[in-house]
Design a binder for this molecule. Sequence first.
Ligand code: HPA
Length: 271
Amino acid sequence: MNSKKIIQEATDYIIKTSQIKHFDIGIILGSGLNDLFFDVEALYIDYKDIPHFKTSTAPGHQGRFMIFNYANKTIIAMQGRLHYYEGYGMDAVILPIEVFKELGISYLITTNAVGAINENYEVGDIVIIKDHINFMGYNPMIGSNNHQGSRFFDMSNAYDLSLRTEAETLANKMNINTRSGVMLGYSGPCFETPAEIRAFRILGADIVGMSTVPEAIASAHANLKMVSFSLITNMASGVLKEKLNENHIIEIAQAKSKDLKNLILQLIWTK
Ligand code: HPA
């Protein structure tokens, strides 16, 4: 986790640049979903200009904050996130979440692209994450305690049950199919082997991805209410004969994201 000084300097830059002191909702837009709010008027802050921030190098991740009003709320959205595999270390990956906390958000909504381990799932399905298995080989809270809380904290509601239930009810009303699944976080950057995917299935994972898990840990540490949506862009390694390829994953995410986008926009209206 990051020190109070680092979190504060990054937060102060955002407040000074935007002239906004309090935000209602934080959003992380993952692969293929960067354009969710393409038609709103927004202020942009590049990560590279913010003290202590690293910039996104992942394909389909723009590397900037978007600040705007939507549904009468002040929203700060990440167009692109930072991943552990980019090599900056976990502190860089979770700094945005720690900053969200200081900005006063009440809810955190995240999205990502994942591979399906559960063979009943299909490409294009939306999964509301109910729990995770941290298989990234590292925990972002390793280090000294900071002002956001003790290193020892409960993880049983990291994916907030009330927000998940609300999202499911809303999806039903909108005739959008969702699944409730367990995500396994894998460091990447290479995709998994077929043997790893078989092992992860035995462990109880439904989906696999290279993000979100560190963010969920930082969010629980900061006592934020978080809901995470995954879009299945491919069946995981070895399930089908096809080879995995990141360009294909982004294309599928863009092509299949319409329902997920509508669901998130509606969820924001209800908050
Ligand atoms: N594995 C890991 N991350 C992913 C995948 C996958 O199959 N698909 C999209 N992100």
